[in-house]
Design a protein around this ligand. Sequence first.
Ligand SMILES: [Zn+2]
Length: 147
Amino acid sequence: MSGEECLICAQLRDEGPVAGPHIWQDELVRVSHVRPADRPVVLGHLVVETRRHAVYLDGLTDAEAAAVGTAARDAARALRAELDVEFVHAAVVNARLEHFHQHVYVRHRGTPEEYRWHSADEWPDAPHGDAAAVAELSDRLRPYFTR
Ligand SMILES: [Zn+2]
């Protein structure tokens, strides 16, 4: 897949159908909040992704691995500071995308036990937000990114 055909590459140029606001970026990685499409999303679910095509964790350069790690840590600090959470999880579950991406997401305080680490987003009473709420949260999270 060429850079011209890739939706994520277009997004990284702020173009194309999945373009949207991001929280922070440098020359190696970008951090975004998952975007509301047709309905609100659970607040506090970020994605750290490489700007370069590198599908899997073992394909990252040393610099990318360091950048992903630092961005994920900063994301966790930001989420814990700005939201009422029990945990901040980080998960790499890449499949079918050209860009490595790591999910960094919260378990909101009060999430019932039946919602496990991988399904905390499914709790219907978790705080949800529309595009405006995601943009407002993103503005609050941005100062925690230190590089
Ligand atoms: Zn791409």
